[in-house]
Design a protein around this ligand. Structure first.
Ligand code: HEC
Ligand code: HEC
Length: 410
């Protein structure tokens, strides 16, 4: 880009110099021609009269001079013009290249790899028909497992994390390993093409907001109104404003628990892609939250969160859900970061356009008041009398604490 701008401004400078120079030359020329001086009036005896001007300045000379001038003008103007166009041509070439990637990604998404069968057209989310076996490989049940919407996946994960899931899949779930690295059928370039396609279908932020808002409105209109009022009061929030998200205005505690419960558990909205239960509650992916099948070998993908209030302060808790986990960082004093825990408040891909990563802006899938609601809800899970929902602390839930599905290696 920097190269393109300097080249373009250089082009403009040269063009300006040529045009101004031409005007100066024209003016000087016209003025010089007016006062012709020093013409010979009488011929010396030893000289013969020269060929008269009328004869010399005939059509041929004029034609030759004009064509030379025309060619000169063509070079003088055409060269800078070419320079002006060159960066655009280069950008155009990159664009065409991107378009080809997106086109091929779409083809893979819909035909080659058939992601569309589970994740829906344009990544709106869907269902995967899946057979659950026990540890010895015998049939337990056939289920419909939610396949999260992907038209928002590059808000909760950075590109590398999406690439990781595509390469290695999610063991113990219908999501298979697709990349050669994980033993799948797709080449590195094909994975890149699918990612380019996913970029092309990411929802604009207002559409994501509306998706979540409408869902809350459909469940509790009063709560929706109060939530919108708090959001209105939080307009100056970072990263766009001056207020840190953690200091955002919040709903009342009772409302936070209500809203947190809706957002945490909802599996219906965009195939659970905005929810937490799909990873943190065993069986939630296939409509059997906390009542999994007998002999089921899998727990949830993420850890049981009941009692999480003893492991982290409110602020640490908020920061984690807002930002997600990063590899190699320590969370809650003892946990190694697992980047498959998504970030819900910020877009982790933002600010990397120098590396060619598209920038959809710094905002994430949920707003600060919504993340606070989830935090408050989670910190009250141990208190069954406060929270009435499938995830509330029950006698059975502790048995799943160690039953982590698959290997959640980052
Ligand atoms: C057989 C059905 C199926 C197919 C085909 C499939 N997926 Fe998935 N995918 C799933 C399910 C189910 C999950 C959620 C797994 C879980 O519960 O952790 C998932 C998870 C993902 C995730 C992680 C999203 C998140 O937020 O957890 C990504 C990214 C993804 N799939 C992309 C793709 C792409 C791209 C393709 C095509 C190459 C594809 N999937 C093919 C079923 C499928
Ligand atoms: C795609 C799956 C996935 C989703 C969706 C998800 N998480 Fe997680 N979460 C994880 C994983 C994996 C971990 C880390 C497990 C580990 O290595 O400790 C984790 C860890 C956590 C932790 C830290 C727990 C601890 O004891 O260290 C909290 C808190 C948490 N998640 C909250 C949430 C909330 C709230 C949501 C919804 C807004 C959510 N998660 C959505 C997968 C997920």
């Amino acid at each position: 880009m920097i190269f393109a701008t300097t080249q373009r401004s250089l082009g403009f400078v040269i063009l300006a110099v040529v045009v101004i120079g031409f005007i100066i030359w024209l003016v000087a020329n016209l003025r010089a021609s007016r006062n012709e001086v020093g013409a010979e009036i009488e011929l010396a005896a030893n000289r013969r009269p020269g060929t008269p001007d009328e004869e010399l300045e005939g059509k041929r000379l004029n034609a030759a001079l004009f064509s030379a001038l025309g060619l000169l003008a063509l070079i003088a103007v055409g060269l800078p013009l070419y320079w002006l166009g060159e960066p655009g041509r280069q950008e155009g070439a990159v664009e065409t290249f991107d378009e080809i990637f997106v086109e091929r990604g779409l083809e893979l998404y819909e035909q080659g790899a058939q992601c569309v069968n589970c994740h829906g057209g344009a990544g709106v989310g869907g269902l995967a028909n899946y057979v659950i076996n026990d540890q010895s490989g015998s049939f337990v049940a056939q289920v419909n497992w939610i396949a999260p919407a992907l038209n928002n996946v590059l808000y909760r994960y950075d590109e590398e994390q999406v690439r990781y899931v595509l390469n290695y899949g999610r063991p113990g779930s219908p999501m298979a390993a697709w990349g050669t690295e994980g033993g799948g059928p797709l080449t590195t370039q094909q994975i890149d093409e699918i990612i380019a396609y996913l970029w092309s279908v990411q929802l604009p932020i207002p559409d994501m907001r509306k998706t979540v808002d409408d869902f809350v409105k459909g469940i509790d209109e009063g709560l929706y109104e109060r939530m919108k009022a708090v959001q209105e009061s939080n307009k100056d929030l970072a990263p766009n404003g001056d207020v840190e998200p953690v200091n955002a205005n919040r709903l009342s505690r009772a409302d936070e628990i209500k809203l947190g419960e809706i957002l945490f558990n909802n599996q219906e909205l965009a195939a659970g892609s905005y929810s937490c239960a799909r990873c943190h509650v065993p069986g939630a992916n296939y409509g059997k939250a906390w009542e999994p099948f007998e002999k089921l070998q899998y727990g949830a993908f993420g850890p049981n969160l009941i009692g999480v209030e003893d492991q982290a302060t409110e602020q640490q808790h908020f920061d984690l859900i807002w930002n997600g986990m990063n590899q190699g960082k320590i969370y809650f004093s003892r946990k190694q970061g697992n980047p498959q825990m998504p970030g819900f408040g910020v877009n982790r891909n933002t600010g990397q356009s120098d590396k060619g990563v598209p920038d959809l802006g710094p905002e994430g899938m949920l707003t600060a008041d919504q993340v606070w609601a989830i935090v408050t809800y989670e910190r009250n899970l141990s208190n069954a009398s406060t929270v009435k929902s499938p995830i509330a602390g029950t006698a059975e839930s502790p048995s799943f604490v160690n039953a982590t599905r698959g290997s959640a290696k980052p």
